[in-house]
Every structure is written in C-alpha cells, then in structure tokens.
Write a protein that binds this ligand. Structure first.
Ligand code: PLP
Length: 447
C-alpha cells in the first residue's frame, strides 16, 4: 500500500494553492486532513491532486449558503416554509440602502433630535387603514402578544370557541393568551356563538373582547357568529375595547384582482375595532412584520410596553416596509408593482402559456419513464389567507410509466442547482407554474 501524501504536499499542489486563496489556510488544512484520513481509512490512496480535489469539493459544499433560493412550484403562493411574500424591487433597494449606510432610524433630521422608529411607517399605515395610530413589530404573533399584554394582562379576554385557532408552529391562541398573562374566557360553541354569549360572560375582570380571523379553516353548515360591528357595540357598551386579529390583513379589495373579497384592515377599523393586528408578509406582500393599528391611546400604550423593545423591527425591514406601503398609494398599478399580488392575479391563460413553453425541456429532462402533460390545477393563496378558496392555474403533471418513482423524481428536482419544489398527488409529480414568471429560468436550470 502506498503512503498517503503529507498535508503540506497537498497544500503546495496547484489545487491546494487555489483552495488556500479561496477558503483561507486553516479551513483548507482541515479539509485536506479529512480527505487524507478518509483515503487512509479506505486503503485506496488516490493521487495527490485527487485528494486536493476532494478537499476543495468539501470546502465548496461547506461554503454554499444554507438559506438558498428555490423555485416554488407548489402552487401555494404565500408558502410559509419558503419565506412567504417576495419583496417588490423598491423594497429590496430600500433595504439594501439601509444596510449600506447609517440611516435615520431613530433620528429626526429636521430637528437633529431623537425620532421614533415607527415614525417611518405610522402615517402610511394610518392613511391606508383609517386608523388613528399604528406601530410595527417582528410579526403578527408578536403584535397579538403585545396587544394582549398591554390591554389585558392580569384580566380576562373573551373569545368565541369557534375562533381558538392554531396557525402552525407554536402559534395557538390559548398559548399566546397565557404568555400575555391574560385569562382566556371561551364563549359559545365551536359552530355557533351569539351576542348573548359574549354579554353573559362579561364581568368585572373582563379586559376586552377579541375576534380572531379563522385563517386556515372554515366552519360550515349550522353556524352563527357575531358580526364585527355588533361585537364592537357590545364591547363599547361595557367600556372595553375590541381587539380584532385579522391575520393576513389585506389593505385592498382583492375582488378587483379576481380573488374573493376578504375583509380589509380598513373594514375592521370602520366596524369599530379598537385594535387590529395583521401580518406584513402575507397578502400585504412585504417583509416579515406585524402591525397594531387602531385607537391612539391604546396603540401608544402598546408602544410604551417593555415587550415592544423586545419585538421591535430593525432598520432593514422598516426600510422595506416603508417602500412596500408606499406602493399602495397607487392601487391601480399594484398588480404590476407588488410581486405577491402579481402572482396571485396571474391569469390562467398566461400560466398555461408558461407550461407549454417549458413542456419540451421538462419532458427531455425527466427522460424515459415519464409521461409529461400540461394540466389545469388550482393554486392556494397560502399563509392562512382565504383558506378555502383556490385560484385556477396550470402546470405540468409528470406521470411515471412502469416503475419510476414519483418521490425519486421529486428528489431529483430538489437536487437541481436551484432546488425546484414540486408536489406529488395521485402518484404524479406536479408543477404548478403560477409562481414561474420566466419560463427560461426553468429551461436553463434543466439544460
Ligand atoms: C398568520 C396569523 C397569525 C400569525 O402571524 P405571523 O405574522 O405569522 O406571526 C396570527 N393570527 C392569524 C389569524 C393569522 O392568520
């Protein structure tokens, strides 16, 4: 058996020299050691340059980012596991600018005095929602937590049994209430809750009434819920606030873009909610964030609560948010300027054209063992916005012929330089092309 080369010899080889230049000396030495040890253990000593090659490959793998771009062909536009909304170009530019230079995060250039970070989005949020005041925090879970901790800690919060949601992950309304230090008082039943249920539950310990958007499910059949207006009237008759957690919280009438109408934040304010909470990266199409908008005294109290400091936004996201919200000032062009809305509003015919365009490349790439066809499908909005409604879409279905494995093909798709995320249904691998606006991106990837 030949002896393995020394670390030094590999370091001095052409590939070793390049590796030191690219990855630095300590990392290269460590990777070469691992490669030599592996060669020694296998008893099969490759040539010196091959060992350097193994080390470089390992260094390349380690240097690749863990958080990588993917092609979302799942048909779920706001996919929580894939990062929800895509930011608009002006938001990306604003975020990059905020990263590169000092910014007026908490600084008032006019007076030279201290400013407030929420100043950058407050007026815009008020303008777009009709609220008196507004603040932004890390996400909507944080907004709900902060609103409850500020207005209901040590007292009771009344919620309908039909609205005790779990959003996924650790967001369960009863757990958030417990964390905020408020006692959950459930009223009504899963399918029916009436005005009298709220009225009878109100007592000296009651801090507020809460309404929660049932984002990811719908109760159908023999149901009854109290209209937001009526709920606000009950709360106000007892001199307490109504907190309305809208979840996705759209700022515009989605029916203008071919989607079902969803209650807007302005609707919730108009219906009398004193505080409304919603997300930044769902239908709004911005970065991850959560908002509390509503009555000035209550929003101010939330802003002063010590939790606000732990939940606040950084300059990068505030810059992106400000730029995103500004796009809403020109609602006519929003379907072009806001990627989330553009994808959601994409007509089925355009998606089908994309499917036709990529069909030959996908067929060739899949190879023998697969029959590929253009199909119609239904996209989901995702992230608990309009859970039941789907959007007419189109894509490709890859059917195995003989013994080919759908899971194996999905693995191959995820193994591409830019991973392609597909779904499997009825034994076929399915690509919903709603979120693929440029067919060439996929064609080049498969070439
Ligand atoms: C999504 C959602 C939340 C959580 O919002 P995040 O921004 O994900 O923290 C809370 N409440 C409702 C009703 C939701 O739909």
């Amino acid at each position: 058996m030949t002896r393995p080369p020394s670390v030094d010899a590999v370091l001095r080889s052409p590939s070793g020299t390049v590796a030191v230049a690219r990855f630095g000396h300590p990392a290269t030495v460590a990777a070469i050691r691992v490669a030599i040890d592996a060669a020694r253990a296998s008893g099969d000593i490759p040539p010196l340059d091959a060992i350097a090659g193994i080390a470089v490959a390992a260094l390349d793998r380690a240097a690749a980012p863990s958080l990588r771009p993917v092609l979302n062909l799942t048909g779920t536009v706001l996919h929580t596991n894939l990062g929800r909304a895509l930011l608009a170009e002006p938001a990306i530019e604003a975020a990059a600018a905020a990263m590169r230079a000092p910014a007026t995060l908490e600084y008032d250039v006019e007076t030279g005095g201290r400013g407030e970070r929420d100043d950058h989005v407050r007026a815009l949020l008020c303008e777009l929602t009709g609220a008196e005041d507004a603040l932004a925090v890390n996400n909507n879970a944080a907004a709900v937590l902060l609103a409850l901790a500020t207005t209901a800690a040590g007292r009771d919060s009344i919620v309908s049994r039909g609205e005790l949601i779990e959003i996924g992950g650790a967001f369960r309304m009863p757990a958030i209430m417990a964390s905020a230090g408020t006692r959950l008082v459930e009223v009504g039943t899963t399918n029916r809750t009436h005005k009298r249920d709220y009225e009878e539950a109100i007592g000296p310990q009651t801090a507020l009434l809460m309404k929660v958007h049932t984002s990811n499910y719908r109760i159908e059949g023999f149901t009854a819920e109290v209209a937001p207006k009526d709920l606000a009237a009950i709360a106000h008759a007892h001199a307490m606030p109504l907190l309305d957690d809208l979840g996705s919280g759209t700022l515009i009438d989605l029916s203008r873009h071919g989607m079902p109408r969803e209650r807007t934040v302005a609707d919730a304010i108009r219906d009398g909610a004193d505080l409304v909470t919603f997300s930044g990266d769902k239908l709004l199409g911005g970065p991850q964030a959560g908002f509390i908008v509503g009555r000035r005294d209550l929003v101010r109290a939330c802003a002063k609560h010590p939790l606000k400091r732990t939940l606040r936004l950084d300059k990068i996201r505030l810059a992106a948010l400000e730029a995103t919200l500004k796009l809403y000032r020109d609602p006519e062009r929003l379907a072009e300027t806001l990627p989330t809305l553009r994808l959601l509003a994409r007509p089925q015919a355009a998606i089908r054209a994309t499917a036709e365009a990529v069909l030959p490349a996908v067929t060739a790439w899949a190879g023998v063992g697969w029959r590929v066809e253009v199909t119609e499908c239904r996209s989901q909005i995702g992230s608990g916005a309009l859970p039941v409604e789907t959007l007419p879409s189109a894509g490709l279905a890859l059917h195995p012929i003989g013994g080919a494995s759908a899971n194996g093909l999905a693995d191959r798709l995820r193994g591409l330089p830019t991973p392609v995320i597909a779904t499997i249904r009825d034994g076929a691998v399915r690509l919903d092309l709603r979120c693929l606006e440029d067919p060439d991106a996929l064609i080049a990837l498969l070439a």
